[in-house]
Design a binder for this molecule. Structure first.
Ligand code: ATP
Ligand code: MG
Length: 581
């Protein structure tokens, strides 16, 4: 299977023996097909508004819409819902296309824009005016709010509701011609100001707005609302199942009303619960604020839940698709533990990432009994999960670096790594023993470890069996390359970023320690040719991605995508144990 061919994510997971829960949308489509509905066609769409970058929540919607279409031999359109020119931009259009493609989906040339339908939508509006179902209203925004009523009180009819068809046609044409000021007039549907559903209280269909549109330029000074554009765009494209998030449930009667009044093809709107993740925000407005106020370096900051951000961090499309499949599709909102997303990445990278050794916080080790100038090429396994990835040579010499954390001058109980007088195994190499330390005379800090190695214990040799309690990673000081490593933590300290005392802004929960930059890490020489975006496991430290932007030959930069510690498996285990108890 092609690495980016997402069609068979479901089959891929099932082939691995994992039983996937079916979900109500899949069931609805299967039933519709069985009943011969829509001439047995399945046609969905993913309808982003190009007013920001896509995030992992959108990935759920993308996987659902494109995934279902593929599963049922249908089609899925990419439709830009571009009816609000003041917030939209081509930069976003381009990023959205890149992200959808990267996730592994193909809209096969069906790239559409609500703005392509502006003329048709205008004609639909005329049709409703002629049928006495729409009127031009002169109330301003404040007055309209007053007339709308509340959840408990009905609204009042607009004084302009009784205008004749001819007057409405004339005024609406003049709205289009630019005769009226922004906000001075609207076109409204004539439904029911007493409806318990506020969306049906004569909703606005068109507003006067002088804003340059990223596609239609200054051609229009009236723009349709989302509600008037969305269903009709679905209809024009022959969509069969219009899948959206729960906040549109109350809009469905209006979606249906427009299509019924116009008497055009009527897709079925189906709502599902949006994805929420702990320790992060999935709202374009909030993500935009993080970018604009420079809390992060941009939409593609590796801490961001945007697809551009997690891609730069080292997430793979496969990990995201499997995550989206596993979280399922529900009708009730809930929040998914971000540890589950991390778990899916770890599982994917465990299969594909080449292992290498790197030392993030180096301390020098000198092997006193190892000959000066000698270099051995030791054999290291590239991926214990995949023998076909082979082995490589790692240089070993008298001076090495190990992780500062792997040494304790006074080891606490249960610390089995290196300490004075104690032994440890160096991965793929020898057992060494610490026989002394060198200290900075000023600070007393340990600056170097003096050790001996046991030449009989080279990995793979007959005498290598001698047991020591720990194995640590290392690099040869002379051969290692310098590198920058960027370590990330959650963007927000609290599980729910909105969990703040009254009057305090959600940004108070921003994790000031979400980025740690290590300038002087050391990595094994194999990485000299590491390419942008390549993924590696640094043994014992985590999975790292070569930063696609800042890394260059001679100036390597690695982003830690995820650590090796799997808190998700632990959480799941303890949940199971809890159930048993
Ligand atoms: P936001 O509320 O952050 O502005 P949005 O829903 O307005 O996002 P759109 O561009 O309109 O953003 O979204 C495109 C599609 O993606 C819509 O069908 C929307 O329902 C879906 N979507 C957006 N956020 C999520 C989410 N968190 N989980 C699942 N689907 C989502
Ligand atoms: Mg939206």
């Amino acid at each position: 299977m092609d690495r980016n061919d997402a069609k068979s994510t479901v089959k891929e997971i099932e082939a691995a023996g994992e039983a996937l829960p079916s979900h109500f949308i899949r069931n609805i489509i299967a039933e519709d097909l069985a009943a011969g509905k829509n001439q047995e066609r399945v046609h969905t769409r993913f309808p982003p508004e190009p007013n920001g970058y896509l995030h992992i929540g959108h990935a759920k919607s993308i996987c659902l819409n494109f995934g279902l279409a593929a599963e049922f031999d249908g089609k899925c359109n990419l439709r830009f819902d571009d009816t609000n020119p003041s917030k939209e931009d081509v930069e976003y259009v381009e990023s959205i296309k890149e992200d959808v493609r990267w996730l592994g989906f193909d809209w096969a040339g069906r790239e559409y824009y609500a703005s392509d339908y502006f003329e048709q939508l205008y004609q639909f509006a005329i049709q409703l005016i002629e049928a006495g179902k729409a009127f031009v209203c002169d109330l301003n925004a404040d007055e309209m709010r007053e007339y709308r009523g509340t959840l408990t009180e009905p609204g009042k009819n607009s004084p302009y509701r009784g205008r004749s068809v001819d007057e409405n046609l004339d005024l609406f044409q003049r709205m289009r011609a630019g005769e009226f000021a922004d906000g001075s007039r609207t076109l409204r549907a004539k439904i029911d100001m007493a409806s318990p559903n506020i969306n049906l209280r004569d909703p606005v269909m068109y507003r006067v707005l002088r804003a340059t549109h990223h596609r239609t330029g200054d051609k229009w000074c009236i723009y349709p609302t989302y509600d008037f554009a969305h269903g009709q765009s679905d209809s024009i494209e022959g969509i069969t199942h219009s899948i959206c998030t729960l906040e549109f449930e109350d809009h469905r009667p209006l979606y249906d009303w427009y299509l019924d009044q116009l008497g055009i093809h009527h897709p079925q709107q189906i709502e599902f619960a949006r994805l929420n993740l702990t320790h992060t925000v999935l709202s374009k407005r909030k993500l935009l604020q993080l970018v604009q106020q420079k809390h992060v370096i941009g939409w593609d900051d590796p801490r961001m839940p945007t697809l551009a951000g997690i891609r730069r961090r080292g997430y793979t499309p496969e990990a995201i698709r499997i995550f989206c499949e596993r979280i399922g599709v529900a009708k009730r909102n809930s929040t998914v533990d971000i540890a589950m997303l991390e778990h899916c990445l770890r599982e994917d990278l465990n299969k594909r990432a080449r292992r290498v050794m790197a030392v993030l916080r180096p301390i020098k080790v000198v092997l006193e009994n190892y000959p000066e100038g000698r270099v051995e090429e030791l054999e290291a396994v590239n991926n214990p999960e995949d023998a076909s990835m082979g082995t490589r040579k790692v240089p070993f010499s008298r001076e090495l670096y190990i992780e500062r954390d792997d040494f304790r001058e006074e080891p606490p109980k249960g610390f089995f790594r290196l300490s004075p007088g104690k032994e440890v195994r160096l991965r793929y190499a020898y057992i060494i023993k610490c026989i002394g330390v060198v200290k900075d005379p000023g600070t007393g800090a340990v600056t170097e470890l003096r050790c001996t190695y046991d030449p009989e214990t080279r990995s793979g040799s007959p005498q290598a069996q001698r047991k020591v309690k720990a194995t640590i990673h290392w690099v040869s000081a002379e051969h290692a390359l310098s590198a920058e490593a960027r370590l990330y933590d959650h963007l927000f300290t609290k599980e729910d970023p909105d969990d703040v005392p009254e009057g305090v802004d959600w940004l108070a929960n921003f994790n000031a320690k979400s980025l740690e930059v290590i300038k002087e890490a050391r990595v094994e020489p194999f990485l000299v040719n590491a390419k942008k975006s390549e993924l590696y496991q640094f043994e014992r430290l985590g999975y790292f991605c070569v930063d696609p932007i800042d890394s260059a030959a001679g100036r390597l930069v690695f982003n830690r995508a995820v650590t090796l510690r799997d808190s998700w498996v632990r959480t799941e285990k303890s949940a199971k144990a809890g159930k048993r108890a």
